[in-house]
Design a protein. Structure first.
Lengths: 362, 630
């Protein structure tokens, strides 16, 4: 009873903010709307008018989406205790990690600092320390020395090897993502039972999705060995546990992995033809889980996190639709892009050629 | 003294090329606080200082990085003031970039030596562990025909995941020790195809191989000596590297000091960058200047720019009030009190600066609550003795001590002894009721003055309604004074009185009507809010006044504590008596002194500042040399 009273304000806040989530009709119509219609409906006119180029417009909208999310995040954490705030802030810190990845890539490929800066998110200090010092590093080795002196020292060591051996940031980005999710799991496991059940369901669904997609990509697209694939995965506390992953990575084909998945993933993903297909199906499943937590959970922090994840997905859908229009894509192409939007905009690590265009992949 | 220094808004139009010179002139006067708002003229959209700022920031960062390796002395003051144009700044930045390119390789060499030393230390730790094993360690050094062996370090947080991964490659992982963030591991498995896949996993896990030294069959002490020798060699290499670096840096030192000086001269324009706008050759700059410094500023600009500028000066507009900076208190004696005021907030422009009033009332309350000649002298002397460490705060301690001494003389108290010094007035405990009455009276005066200041602050910004009906406004003050007047009469056995009763009813009625009209809510909610607010007004003023009883309570408490100390001391022998009195005084000084300090601050912040002081201003920060860009 005391728990319910403690969470009353937070739960009310989450319920009030949930009215901002896009309804199914709105989402279904996004790909058919013109740029002016999107601009009018979502108040993007000023953002679009002020920017000189499509690239700048796209960037301004992306930054504005991050601002909206982080503003809502800060509103939501106000009534939370320190433990809950820590979890939600850690979730929001992924944008800081995007900046870190962008910086490392930019330095690895020796890009102009202004170009790197243009690709960094402007983030508040409680989410992410300033990147100015890292940005001012004049070469990769200097950047790595700075990283080694900070909280990312272990990542920096891997970065050094990635740089010295192959100038490929894959290992580094995989390490950044892995540590991000491991950190979230640690945070969740520190919660007491009444919060833990909901958080486990929410983050477990998200981790199942991320881990399965990573497993399929690493194993069958990048052709990594079972041991290396396993090393980069983050075991979930729900379906894709450590023991299951050890079994799955040892399988030789895409189809074998899908057949060996535990229920309900086996039925959900049966007869998927490609990783993109899996991505769509498991994405929808994860969204359903998030909506369940938002609607039914007793845990305020789990509901707040579910709201933020759903809100992020909505805003990424909007961003994809606007970007599609800015680039002049037809409705069908935009719809395909919308179908591939993942529940969170966590970009998986990827192997890249050493070209400057790689920057855009972040 | 309570009023803020009058400020003027100035708008400077000058040639874009003359901006570096203008910035130096503004920095020299130390009276120009930039206004970062964009000008109304849309043509003035370019940012002429932006490229300059970028160059400056890069050069400054490079110099700072070089200074981490080579000590660069600060220049002796600002010296000769000269214009640093963009070309000079670019040339300096390029030179610093080249220099840092070379210096950076030294930093990388130092890092390698650190890594090497760390590895030797880990080896020493590993050998310490191996000493207990009954196996031929020489075998661990090379691959065998059937076994693939890795010995090394892994970050502890990667251990669990690595364990699963090496298992998939048919290897086993054994942790034989853990040190700091790292685990020492042995990974063993069959030689074969899967061993090739392990390399990538180990690299991903940050595995660092620990080379097993030659001759493991030798005495452990001998091996340790070898490793010690390696560490010594590394230390010598570091020393040599340091000397090489010093030799390399020697020809550059003078120029590096000059570079720092050049950057100091470039700072003013960089600081102005966010406020600068231009259109072609015309540059625009706006800011806030103390009214008394405007003529001096105009004259300095005239000398520097040969009259090629336009300076428009006007008073701040009412809607700009929140943008006008407040010039801080200059007095050395008041500076520590200003620091405490600033902990609450900086006075907004136009608002009464509470620092002098705060200083006076703080000293009065602290002294009256902690009046003792001896203990006050200890506080004052301690603040004087520690003035080096306390920096600008020491006058605060000295004045608090002197106030305590002053009231100690009035109370006749020296280290708690009440018979050594005849009281100029009386001991607080001799008439507690009088002390409480005086404290209550002090509270009434304090609250009434706070209300008057709140009214004044609103009148200054033409907030007439706020001054009349707002919190602690005129109607509130009338109610409060009527309440006090009525209570006084009740206290003297009379009835409340007609005038106080009428004033109380009218004031509360006016406040209720005002509150009613301010609300946009259903009638039921309005009634509830008005009722609660009226009740809060009555209870608030009564409780806030009673809150000042603590001033008397602590003066009584001080005497009572001293009596307790002496009672304990009297139960001891001669030595015990002296010791107890000394320890008791220290106890009173530290504990009660601290509590009194907190209570006075509480009265100031809660009963005073919250009534009349918004604290939402911002401090006057003129551009000047050596401050650094914001």
């Amino acid at each position: 009873m005391r728990h319910v009273a403690d969470q009353a304000y937070l739960n009310t806040l989450v319920s009030a903010m949930s009215t901002r989530l896009f309804d199914a009709t709105l989402i279904a119509g996004l790909s058919q709307r013109s740029l002016s219609s999107l601009s009018d409906a979502f108040g993007l006119a000023a953002l679009l008018d002020e920017q000189p180029s499509n690239a700048a417009r796209s960037r301004a909208i992306e930054q504005s989406i991050v601002n909206v999310l982080l503003t809502e995040l800060r509103i939501l954490i106000r009534p939370m205790n320190a433990e809950e705030q820590g979890l939600v802030l850690d979730w929001g810190r992924k944008y800081g990690l995007y900046n870190l990845k962008t910086l490392i890539r930019g330095k690895l490929y020796d890009l102009d600092p202004n170009e790197i800066r243009a690709n960094l998110f402007d983030l508040p200090s409680d989410i992410h320390d300033s990147d100015q010092a890292l940005l001012r590093a004049e070469n990769v080795l200097e950047l790595l020395r700075q990283l080694e002196a900070g909280p990312h020292r272990q990542i920096a060591r891997q970065a050094r090897e990635a740089y010295e051996q192959q100038r490929d940031p894959f290992a580094l980005e995989a390490a950044v993502d892995q540590r991000y999710y491991v950190g979230l799991v640690r945070r969740i496991m520190a919660f007491s039972d009444h919060q833990l059940v909901s958080l486990r369901r929410l983050l477990g669904a998200e981790l199942d999705r991320v881990t399965l997609l990573w497993l399929l990509r690493f194993r069958f697209s990048y052709q990594l060995s079972p041991s290396e694939t396993y090393y980069w995965l983050v075991p979930s506390m729900r379906l894709l546990t450590r023991e299951r992953l050890l079994r799955l990575v040892n399988l030789e084909t895409f189809e074998q992995v899908l057949q060996a998945l535990p229920p309900p993933l086996d039925a959900l993903l049966a007869e998927s033809k490609s990783i993109a297909d899996v991505q769509q199906r498991i994405g929808r499943y994860t969204l359903t889980e998030m909506r369940w937590v938002l609607a039914r959970s007793q845990s305020g922090v789990a509901r707040a996190l579910a709201y933020l994840m759903l809100r992020e997905t909505d805003l990424m859908l909007l961003f994809a639709a606007v970007q599609g229009r800015l680039l002049g894509f037809p409705d069908e192409t935009i719809q395909v892009a919308l179908d591939l939007i993942e529940p969170t905009c966590a970009h998986p690590p990827r192997r890249l050629s050493a070209s400057a265009t790689a920057m855009r992949a972040t | 003294m309570l009023r803020p220094m009058p400020m003027k808004h100035v708008r400077l139009l000058a040639l874009t090329e003359a901006l570096p010179r203008a910035s130096l002139a503004l920095a020299e006067t130390e009276s120009f606080h930039p206004d970062e708002r964009a000008p109304l003229e849309s043509q003035l959209a370019a940012l002429p200082g932006h490229a300059y700022r970028e160059l400056y920031s890069q050069a400054h960062t490079r110099l700072d990085k070089i200074a981490r390796l080579i000590a660069v002395d600060p220049p002796d003051g600002i010296g000769q003031v000269r214009v640093v144009d963009v070309d000079e700044l670019r040339a300096l930045d390029d030179w610093l970039g080249t220099l840092w390119g070379e210096a950076s390789s030294y930093e990388e060499d130092f890092r390698r030596l650190d890594d090497a030393e760390r590895l030797v230390k880990e080896q020493q730790a590993a050998l310490q562990n191996f000493a207990d094993l009954d196996i031929d360690l020489g075998m661990l050094r090379t691959k065998t025909r059937f076994l693939d062996i890795y010995i090394g370090l892994v970050p502890r947080e990667n251990l669990r995941q690595l364990d699963g991964a090496v298992g998939l490659a048919n290897h086993i992982l054994h942790v034989y020790t853990q040190r700091g963030d790292n685990a020492h591991v042995v990974i063993v498995g069959p030689t074969g195809a899967k061993e090739n896949t392990l390399g990538a996993v180990l690299a991903a896990a940050g595995f660092q191989s620990l080379p097993i030294p030659e001759g493991l069959d030798r005495e452990p002490a001998e091996l340790q000596r070898d490793l010690d020798a390696q560490r010594k060699t590394i230390a010598e290499q570091r020393q040599t590297l340091r000397e090489t670096l010093d030799d390399w840096a020697a020809p550059y030192r003078t120029r590096l000091v000059e570079a720092r000086h050049t950057l100091m001269l470039a700072e003013p324009l960089v600081t102005l960058d966010p406020s600068l706008r231009s259109a072609g050759h015309l540059a625009h700059l706006a800011g806030w200047v103390p009214a008394r410094a405007v003529d001096q500023l105009r004259q300095r600009l005239s000398e520097t720019l040969d009259g090629a500028f336009d300076l428009r000066v006007r008073n701040p507009l009412p809607e700009e009030r929140h943008l006008v900076p407040t010039v801080p208190v200059k007095s050395r004696l008041l500076a520590p009190f200003a620091m405490l005021v600033n902990q609450y907030g900086i006075p907004a422009y136009g608002e009464v600066d509470p620092t002098p009033l705060f200083a006076l009332t703080f000293l009065l309350m602290f002294g009256s609550m902690f009046g003792d000649v001896g203990q006050g002298a200890v506080i004052a002397m301690a603040a004087w003795w520690l003035r080096g460490k306390l920096k600008g705060f020491w006058p605060f301690g000295v004045m608090a001590g002197l106030s305590s001494i002053g009231f100690g003389v009035l109370y006749g108290s020296v280290f708690g002894y009440e018979h050594l010094l005849p009281a100029l007035w009386m001991s607080p405990l001799s008439d507690p009721l009088l002390m409480l009455s005086i404290a209550l009276g002090w509270g009434v005066v304090f609250l009434a003055v706070a209300c008057l200041l709140a009214i004044y602050n609103r009148l200054v910004v033409s907030n007439w309604t706020g001054a009349l009906f707002g919190h602690h406004g005129i109607v509130n003050l009338i109610f409060y004074l009527a309440l006090i007047g009525g209570s006084w009469q009740l206290g003297h056995g009379e009835n409340l009185g007609l005038l106080p009763s009428v004033l109380i009813v009218l004031a509360l009625g006016a406040l209720a009507v005002y509150s009613w009209r301010q609300q946009q809510a259903p009638v039921g909610e309005k009634i509830l809010v008005v009722f609660i607010e009226t009740l809060e007004t009555i209870i608030g003023y009564v409780s806030n006044t009673l809150s000042f009883l603590r001033v008397a309570a602590f003066s009584l408490n001080h005497v009572a504590l001293s009596i307790a100390v002496f009672t304990l001391a009297d139960m001891m022998g001669a030595f015990g008596h002296v010791l107890t009195v000394i320890l008791g005084n220290i106890f009173v000084l530290v504990l009660e002194g601290g509590i009194v300090m907190i209570q006075v601050m509480r009265l100031q912040y809660y009963e005073g500042f919250s009534r009349y002081f918004s604290g939402d201003g911002h401090a006057f920060a003129p551009i000047r040399f050596g401050r650094g860009p914001s």
